[in-house]
Write a protein that binds this ligand. Sequence first.
Ligand SMILES: *[C@@H]1O[C@H](CO)[C@@H](O)[C@H](O)[C@H]1NC(C)=O
Ligand SMILES: *[C@@H]1O[C@H](CO)[C@@H](O)[C@H](O)[C@H]1NC(C)=O
Ligand SMILES: *[C@@H]1O[C@H](CO)[C@@H](O)[C@H](O)[C@H]1NC(C)=O
Length: 365
Amino acid sequence: MKLEVALAVLVCVFAIAIDGCNCKVVQFIFGDSLSDVGNNDKLTKSLARASLPWYGIDFGNGMPNGRFTNGRTVADIIGDKMGLPRPPAFLDPSLSEDVILENGVNYASGGGGILNETGGLFVQRFSLYKQIELFQGTQELIRDQIGTPAAEKFFQESRYVVALGSNDFINNYLMPVYSDSWSYNDQTFISYLMETLQGQLKMLHSLGARKLMVFGLGPMGCIPLQRVLSTSGDCQDRTNKLALSFNQAGSKLLEALSSNLPNASYRFGDAYDVVNSVITNPSQYGFSNADSPCCSFGKIRPALTCIPASTLCKDRSKYVFWDEYHPSDSANELIANELIKKLGFRGVNDPNASTPAPAIAPSPE
Ligand SMILES: *[C@@H]1O[C@H](CO)[C@@H](O)[C@H](O)[C@H]1NC(C)=O
Ligand SMILES: *[C@@H]1O[C@H](CO)[C@@H](O)[C@H](O)[C@H]1NC(C)=O
Ligand SMILES: *[C@@H]1O[C@H](CO)[C@@H](O)[C@H](O)[C@H]1NC(C)=O
């Protein structure tokens, strides 16, 4: 055992000498408001910002921090459980080469989608293509700092999260003001999304991403914003069916990429079923409310998310939804646990971390 440790240290020292390896694994996160940790907060013209109370009330000092929830995001929780540092927002003024090497970067932006045109009504947001462009800029900085061979190694060993898609439906395809809503039908729109995503994931692979996970969609027809579309307040069945189709197609795409791209461990996981089950039977999971936002502006709904004049529910841990769009911290914890189970990964310091994960769980029909 001691010998093994000594050898590991030797190998590491040797690697530093040869490659400038710093032996630190970090994450690069691409996403939308479900993963944003402050980018939109700095996009001052964006109409999708979590910059006012009561966002962040259960996080750190309780002040708004750019997250679109009361506490942690799903990516926060998964990263914590994997033993990875939480990457700062790309637009965080403290971001420097050293910070990137220690913590990675989060490019996620509220309102962003797989498609460039998604979320146009929010004026400012980073689409996935834009986020990848920013990542290319980050790579240049790191190459200048530690040299090309070490940078290559660093980016190949990093973990990647890609979590977008709901805005491509909610703030594009399902909104008649966007031309995609009349240019496509359900099937051709999903194909368009998958072709675009495939190009983006291949691009990330060409930039060095080897260990990557894509988060699928939840039952987005059940977010409070969708429920108020009908007088009955029921979930929007068509929207949920779109999420299921997206997940099915995404799961297939990732399976294909993982076997076709060299050295790629690309995985897809969604928490659709468990969230659907919580929504059907909240009390069984310790929730008391699964259909309205904890932070809401009285009866005027959908209010523009959650604002200082809003009232909060009594027990934030018992609400599935924090605002009209976004799950609460406790729902995010449940979603994160489900994704960990589905994706079958382990902590980066776990001795079994490099063993192959179980086959991808079949996507829901
Ligand atoms: C999407 O935007 C990127 C820049 O962020 C641009 O390079 C690319 O050509 C655009 N793609 C399409 C299909 O418009
Ligand atoms: C795949 O991994 C092998 C072994 O580590 C390496 O020699 C090869 O260059 C890698 N290929 C790519 C495309 O990353
Ligand atoms: C590692 O894998 C072995 C064999 O599959 C198993 O017995 C052991 O419990 C695992 N350890 C951890 C920490 O998961």
